[in-house]
Design a protein around this ligand. Structure first.
Ligand SMILES: Nc1ncnc2c1ncn2[C@@H]1O[C@H](COP(=O)(O)OP(=O)(O)OP(=O)(O)O)[C@@H](O)[C@H]1O
Ligand SMILES: [Mg+2]
Length: 233
């Protein structure tokens, strides 16, 4: 479904990603892991058209993404829940959700999508007029996921889902994503290696902008080197 080969990405003069290649099959649960500054968010920004790779290819279901604008990439069926959520704090919950939808699809489409998205996180319906900045951290993360789902993506990227959230909230969000993953391909990007390996089938580990390791999540979780480096065991 997603096919990335040999991408090199710079931020200013500095090269941040080096020859990164990865594939994600339809409805396959893949995680991208790595510590601070490994290049995880840069990778997502390259997929979503926010950054342009200096070289390499990225394709989604055969369509090349390199050189496309973020809105075009969203139209192709990809959506990102960005690190730090970036919800519009002064706008209501409902307005935030509306921002995630295509304006051109019409009211009926919008209404149906709203029903679908708010059935995943019902509190969004109850709080529709509340200003988004007054939601708790976990609620804001759910709103950010809901907003990304308003474009009805086939593939959803979630950058640092668990950051700063209580374990019980993380568990609840993963439960919802688990249900969603039956029709949407979800890629998790996490510093929280333990959580991400638990909720994925396969993972890639980025280290200083390069793919350091990859394989089935279960295998990685039981690997002594990874246990030592990432799981504190
Ligand atoms: N806007 C920016 N301008 C310049 N350099 C940046 C920018 N954002 C990130 N970088 C640099 O790019 C490198 C990769 O950063 P990136 O944010 O992709 O890492 P990350 O794996 O997402 O880290 P974290 O887990 O902390 O979110 C880092 O060295 C970082 O300092
Ligand atoms: Mg990041």
């Amino acid at each position: 479904m997603l096919n990335m080969a040999g991408i090199n990405v710079f931020r200013g003069e500095t090269q941040v990603l080096w020859d990164v290649s990865l594939v994600v099959g339809e409805r396959e649960k893949v995680a991208i892991l790595g510590g601070n500054g490994a290049g995880k968010s840069t990778l997502l920004q390259s997929i979503m058209g926010i950054l342009r790779p200096a070289s390499g290819t990225i394709a989604f279901k055969g369509d090349s993404l390199v050189g496309k604008k973020p809105y075009q990439i969203i139209q192709l069926g990809l959506a990102l829940v960005p690190e730090g959520r970036h919800i519009y704090k002064d706008m209501s919950v409902w307005e935030n959700l509306e921002m995630g939808a295509y304006p051109r699809r019409g009211r009926k489409w919008m209404r149906e999508t709203m029903v679908e998205v708010t059935s995943l996180f019902p509190f969004l319906r109850d709080r529709r007029d509340q200003s988004a900045g007054t939601l708790s951290g976990g609620e804001q993360q759910m709103l950010a996921i809901g907003r990304a789902l308003m474009s009805r993506p086939e593939m959803l990227f979630v950058d640092e889902l668990s950051l700063g959230l209580a374990p019980i909230v993380i568990k609840e969000i993963f439960r919802v994503l688990e249900g969603l993953s039956r029709r949407t391909t979800i890629m998790l990007v996490e510093q929280n290696v333990e959580q991400a390996l638990k909720h994925s089938e396969r993972a890639y580990i980025l280290k200083s902008g390069r793919i350091d390791r990859s394989g089935p999540s279960l295998e990685l979780a039981n690997d002594p080197d990874i246990k030592k480096a990432y799981l504190g065991l």
